[in-house]
Design a protein around this ligand. Sequence first.
Ligand code: SN0
Length: 321
Amino acid sequence: MKQFFSVSNVDNLSAIVKEALEQKKNPYALRNLGQNKMLGLVFLNPSLRTRLSTQKAAINLGMDVMVMNMDKDGWALETRDGVVMDGTTVEHIREAAAVMGEYCDILGIRSFPGLKDREEDYSEDLFNKFVTYCNKPVVSLESATRHPLQSLADLITIIEHTPSGRKPKVVLTWAPHVKALPQAVPNSFAEWMSRAKAEGLIDFTITHPDGYELDEVFTSGATITLNQEEALRNADFVYVKNWSSYKAYGKVLETGTEWMPDAKKLSVTNSAKVMHCLPVRRDLELASELLDGPNSLVIKEAGNRVWAAQVVLKRMLINMV
Ligand code: SN0
C-alpha cells in the first residue's frame, strides 16, 4: 500500500478487517517490521485519538515516531503555485513536504476543510500536493473530505460485534451541533459502508434532515431517507454524526433539537449498538443516557483505531522490504 486516503486503496474489506483483528490478538508479533523506520505525523488541526492511536500502532510495529503540530509550532504554509509570497504564509508546501519526506519513511497528515469554498475543499489540493512533494507513502489522518482510519476502525467494530452469518442493518444518522463541522467523517463512513454493502457484509441506510444531502460520490448504493424513525426501525448499529450542509456549503441549517438520538428514539431499533467517532457534544449531538448505556460502543470503537492504523502501517512497511 503506497497511500491510504480512501476505501479505493483497499481491495477487499473482509480481508483487511481479518488482518486488523489478527493484530489486535497479537499486537507485537511484527515488532521487527518497523525497525529503523520513521513515521512522521503532521497536524494542521487538533487531534486526540488519531494522534495517540497512530503513534501506538507505529510503536507496536517497532517504528519510531515524530509529531509535528504545524498549526502551533510550524510555519504558515502556502499551497498555491505562482503567487508572490509577500503575505502571511512563510513556507511553501513544495519545500515543507519535501523536507519532511527526507526525514521520514511514512508520513501522515491531518488537514480539515475551510468549509468556505466547496470546489477547493473537494479538490483535496493540500493532501494531493503533500503526497506529490514528500515522495513517501502517505496516510490520511483526516483530509478535507474523508477520514479513512476512522471508517476502517468503524468497520472493524461493526464486524467484531456482529454474530457470524448475520447481515446487520447499519444506520448513519445526522445529529444537531452548534458549529459547522466537516463532511469528512460521514462521507468516509458512507463510502466504506456502501462498499461493505456491495461486498454483502451489511445493509446500509442514511438519514438526515432536508438540505443535509451528502455528495452522491460517497452515498451511491445506500438507502437514503429524510424520515429518521423509519431509518432507525430494526437497526443493529446506529452511527451518530453531525455535519454541515454540502449543498448550502458549510452552512448550519435550522433544524431544532429533535434529531438528537436518545433512548426513546432508539426503542424502534433491534437493541442497536450506538457509535460515534468522538469528540461528542453530550446531550446536544447524542443523549448521555445512550453514551453511558450498555449498548454504547464509542470507547471500544476508539480502541479499535489502533488496529486500523496498525494494519495500514503494516501494509505500507511490507511494501518496503
Ligand atoms: C471533527 C469533525 O470532522 O467532525 C473531527 C472528528 C474526528 N470534529 C470536530 O471538529 C468537533 C469540534 C467541536 O467543536 O465539537
